[in-house]
Write a protein that binds this ligand. Structure first.
Ligand code: GLC
Length: 475
């Protein structure tokens, strides 16, 4: 460990003393989440427009856990599951955790540029990274704690990331955990439905005053909203019934965020939200409150019929962990990742695909390779993703459909051996069909019957994972 690391541990020792167009649910004029000024549906649509067009973003989980890489005191903690939770898994208090993890957190020069360039190359339009995960370590420079990237490294890692992402012309967002396993006043007894490494043990520093922690949470969010220029997304994590809105003074927090960043877009995990992850999505939407966040976040799953009437974004890992785990080799194939993106977009959602860099900020090769493969596809077929909306009809057996005014895109997973692609477009009239991969837009022969359009396609698929046939539709 270098002298900075030693100094940091000393500081720690001293400190130790002491959560589409919104028809349906959002039809009426809404308060912009928690704000005092009502927001019209038109203003909300304008604020959401870049996000609805973007469709694809990169999620980054990076913190002290990244350096541990799934190893605790020389031993593997297993090959699956979220290793950003390792502190809770091994039940370490924050001091022991910091002592083990800090020596392995050594951000290399230009790590942020590598992230941003990869996101750009992959065709992502935005990047959301962990400003603070449950472990409580702040990547940003905070005057309210020494448990942050600047005190540890002498660099404002958050600024490096935000600047690098903006330099690539991408939107940027913060994932921010309201759970905190470091702060000595975070009352894990009161937060009795929320995980904490010390659960079941008495507080080492005596009774805790949760309101002090909530002040700290608000102060830190204020730093994030004030010190890094325009921020496009605030991605809260997380809440559970009983520990929701009031527990974090969420309305007040959202008001402050909106006051500082009027155009910001937020997810709804700051509240006990309709947890739209399973097949009961439509039922749960009865509880949807737009003022509690702009979009909802199905995690690790794609709702089979999408989430009609609200904005949504699926977040997903490439293997089974969010934070880097050197033992996790359960990498999804580029076919799975790309078809998942297409599936989500065909249902009207966004895809936030995670990478978990190592303790030095480097991104695992498997993730780089997959992101580049998606990027290569997007470079040819991006028109069938960006700015598109959900499939106008039931998904066909051979693939998925996306749409734009005047165009339907057929994403063909299983290329027809017969040489004829049947597209179930009902009464729509197709005026021209061509392969998106064909820059010359050579017209493919089309025949229409009552229920389907038949397109004669070449014998070989332009892309073995997904080939796109563009169908121009008569007004
Ligand atoms: C869960 C996990 C967390 C991860 C998040 C991403 O809430 O607790 O580790 O960051 O999902 O959606």
């Amino acid at each position: 460990m270098n002298s900075l690391g030693v100094k940091f541990l000393l500081i720690l020792g001293v400190m130790a003393m002491c959560t589409i167009s919104t028809s349906g649910a959002a039809e009426n004029t809404q308060q912009a989440a928690g704000a005092s000024v009502p927001e019209t549906p038109e203003a909300r649509d304008a604020r959401m427009s870049w996000w609805r067009e973007a469709r694809f973003g990169m999620f980054v989980h990076w913190g002290l856990y990244s350096g541990l890489a799934g190893t605790w005191k020389g031993e593997s903690t297993g090959d699956s599951g979220g290793k950003e939770w390792i502190q809770n898994q091994v039940k370490a208090d924050t001091w022991e955790y910091a002592h083990e993890a800090i020596p392995h957190f050594r951000p290399k020069v230009d790590f942020a540029k590598e992230w941003a360039q990869l996101a750009k190359e992959a065709g992502c339009r935005y990047l959301v990274f962990t400003s603070k995960h449950h472990e409580g370590f702040a990547l940003f420079d905070s005057q309210y704690t020494d448990y942050d990237g600047a005190d540890l490294t002498g660099r404002d890692l958050c600024k490096e990331i935000v600047d690098a992402v903006k330099a690539e012309g991408l939107r940027v967002g913060f994932y921010h955990s309201v759970i905190d396993w470091h702060h000595p006043q975070y009352d894990y007894e009161a937060a009795n439905k929320l995980p904490h490494p010390l659960r079941g043990q008495p507080s080492p520093n005596g009774p805790r005053d949760h309101s002090i922690y909530v002040d700290y949470l608000h102060d830190q969010v204020n730093e994030l909203m004030s010190n890094y220029g325009p921020i496009d997304i605030i991605w809260w994590d997380f809440s559970k019934a009983g520990n929701d809105g009031p527990f974090w003074r969420s309305d007040e927090l959202m008001r402050a965020v909106r006051a500082a960043q009027p155009a910001i877009i937020s997810n709804n995990r700051l509240y006990d939200t309709p947890n739209i992850e399973k097949e009961d999505s439509v039922d749960r939407l009865k509880n949807w409150k737009p003022e509690e966040g702009d979009f909802t976040t199905p995690e690790q799953t794609v709702p089979s019929t999408g989430v009609p009437g609200v904005d949504w974004e699926v977040c997903m890992t490439m293997n089974t962990t969010w934070g880097y785990n050197e033992y996790d080799h359960a990498w999804k194939s580029k076919e799975t990742l790309l078809r998942t993106l297409i599936d989500i977009v065909s249902k009207g959602g966004n895809y936030l695909l995670n990478v978990g860099p190592r303790g030095d900020g480097s991104i695992p090769e498997e993730s780089i390779t997959s992101m580049r493969a998606i990027g290569a596809w997007m470079a040819v077929n991006g028109d069938a993703i960006y700015g598109t909306t959900a499939s106008p009809v039931e998904p066909p057996a051979w693939g998925r459909l996306t749409a734009k005014p005047g165009e339907v895109y057929a994403h063909v997973f299983d290329w027809p051996l017969s040489g004829t692609l049947e597209v179930p477009l009902g009464q729509m009239t197709v005026t021209k069909a061509y392969l998106l991969a064909d820059a010359g837009k050579t017209a493919l022969p089309v025949e229409s019957s009552d229920a389907a359009v038949s397109v004669r396609v070449p014998a070989a698929a332009p892309d073995p994972i997904a080939s796109v046939v563009v169908l121009e539709i008569a007004p």
